[in-house]
Unconditional design. Structure first.
Length: 114
């Protein structure tokens, strides 16, 4: 399984970005997909995840601003990030997990700065 994330970049506070993560291999439609992030000097934390049926879960810090979605036909998960704040600056990682497995993708940098 490979997870290829894209869409990171630099944006001003209040701006928006959309991250995408394309998965290769089998099992996408049966997996939980999600996004973690790690800011400098901080532990990696869950941002959001989504089950195969579309039930989503968010960190309190991003509720109301971020939206996770998935397209099982395209084997892709998305993270729409609105009203970005400086504290959202981090490396964002795509993850895929289920019973007995947890796969990490490479990170994509998101920087929120004026």
């Amino acid at each position: 399984v490979q997870l290829q994330a894209s869409g990171g970049g630099m944006v001003q506070p209040g701006g928006s970005l959309r991250l995408s993560c394309a998965a290769s291999g089998s099992g996408f439609s049966s997996s939980i997909m999600g996004w973690y992030r790690q800011a400098p000097g901080k532990q990696r934390e869950l941002v959001a995840d989504i089950t195969r049926s579309g039930t989503s879960n968010y960190a309190d810090s991003v509720k109301g601003r971020f939206t996770i979605s998935r397209d099982n036909a395209k084997k892709t998960v998305y993270l729409q990030m609105n009203s970005l704040k400086a504290e959202d600056t981090a490396v964002y990682y795509c993850v895929q997990y289920g019973m007995g497995y947890f796969n990490w993708g490479q990170g994509t940098q998101v920087t929120v700065s004026s």
